[in-house]
Design a protein around this ligand. Structure first.
Ligand code: SAH
Ligand code: SF4
Length: 367
């Protein structure tokens, strides 16, 4: 089936076909702006003109994996490895609570170990004692087994971010070493397990890496719709010289194209999944100083201010050109209010900002 040629007809189509999405990804000029305005109106109607903040704590850059695109992959010897201490993590959570952020995200390289599982559970217990005990915790610790996901849920974690990176199995194999540790099916299984456990499930993809086509991006959005995710964080791929994928940089789309596709992916996804949470990611800001504000105006409703202590931030280099690595968390907080106001939103202080999609899903499932 080919997509309707008139943009209004495409936007009125429900659900979008793969061709419809490709057509929207390629919209230019006035049509491109109409797509963004359409998404902004849906955002306002279904989740409001509110941006939710999640304090991002990059708790360690130690990783057992070797994803071919990532600057902190185990094989990169040019990284100074760090692990934040428990008290440093709790201090950052306290800061987030004092700032009125309803939520924090704990993220790190992937470690699968009983001692790590137990440590995270202890941290979750301690976080429950901070402020009025209402801090929503998102974890982003990569693939783990069912028992671990359940244990962390029992200790209070309610959201989990695990990007599929690309829904195309063949491309996934080009982005990762070909071994049991980097298995596409294992990733899918984890996403299913997280949903079964009761988490608000977040996934996402990288946009504009070598070999990826608009058709692949369309498939990524259809994948998110099919697995019925609650939250999405997707952003531009940014090449890192100390990674194997850097060898393919000639095949890389220009920066402007990667920004364009990221904004359109946000807008199209907002049109497809009206009440989910969609992040305006930091990688966008790395390529465009006001990239995140543009994403908010195109349908995103979450920003993750980095509250990792400055002394560690430089070492958490998934990609190059990461913004604000020398900024103190309090500076970041003030700057954020302004940026969100620029995008025409208010800041959702003092509330969890749960995915409306997840709340509705839980009510329907009687949980
Ligand atoms: N280890 C965990 C969480 C940290 S990595 C995990 O992999 O899930 C978090 C995200 O950073 C990854 O999902 C990936 O999409 C993104 N990332 C890694 N390298 C990147 C790069 N070069 N450009 C853009 N995003 C990148
Ligand atoms: Fe490790 Fe995550 Fe980077 Fe892969 S993307 S190397 S799992 S930190």
């Amino acid at each position: 089936m080919t997509a309707p040629t008139d943009l209004s007809d495409v936007l009125a189509t429900d659900p979008f076909s793969r061709d419809d999405i490709v057509r929207l990804l390629r919209a230019e000029g006035d049509e491109r702006l109409r797509l963004f305005r359409h998404a902004a109106a849906i955002k306002e109607q279904h989740v409001g003109k509110v941006t939710w903040l999640r304090g991002l704590i990059e708790s360690s850059n130690v990783c057992e994996k070797d994803c071919l695109y990532c600057g902190i992959r185990a094989g990169n010897r040019n990284v100074t490895r760090y692990r934040m201490q428990d008290d440093e993590i709790l201090e950052a959570v306290r800061f987030a609570s004092e700032q009125g952020y309803g939520s924090v995200v704990l993220q790190s390289g992937e470690i699968r170990h009983a001692a790590f599982t137990a440590r995270v559970s202890r941290l979750l217990d301690a976080i429950a004692g901070i402020g009025d005990g209402a801090m929503r915790v998102t974890l982003s610790f990569g693939e783990q087994d069912e028992k671990t996901f359940r244990e962390w849920y029992e200790h209070g974690a309610r959201r989990y971010l695990l990007r599929i990176e690309t829904s195309n199995r063949a491309l996934y194999a080009r982005l990762h070493p070909n071994d049991a540790l980097h298995d596409y099916d294992a990733r899918l299984r984890c996403l299913a397990l997280l949903r079964e456990t009761g988490y608000q499930v977040g996934t996402g993809v990288m946009i504009g890496f070598p070999f990826q086509t608009d058709e692949d991006l369309a498939d990524d959005l259809l994948f998110m719709q099919r697995i019925d995710v609650d939250m999405v964080g997707m952003g531009p791929y940014i090449e890192h010289p100390d990674t194997p994928l850097y060898a393919h940089r000639e095949a890389l789309a220009p920066v402007a194209h990667r920004i364009d596709r990221t904004l359109k992916m946000v807008a199209i996804l907002r049109s497809m999944m009206k009440n989910i949470n969609i992040a305006a990611v930091t990688a966008l800001q790395a390529l465009d100083p006001v990239g995140r504000e543009k994403a908010l105006a195109a349908g995103a409703n979450v920003i993750m201010p980095n509250i990792t202590p400055e002394r560690y931030r430089n070492a958490y280099t998934l990609y190059t050109g990461k913004p604000c690595t020398d900024e103190k968390p309090e500076e970041c907080a003030t700057c954020m209010d302004l940026r969100i106001a620029m995008a025409g939103d208010t800041v959702g202080y003092g509330a969890h900002g749960d995915s409306v999609h997840w709340t509705a899903r839980m009510a329907k499932e009687g949980r």
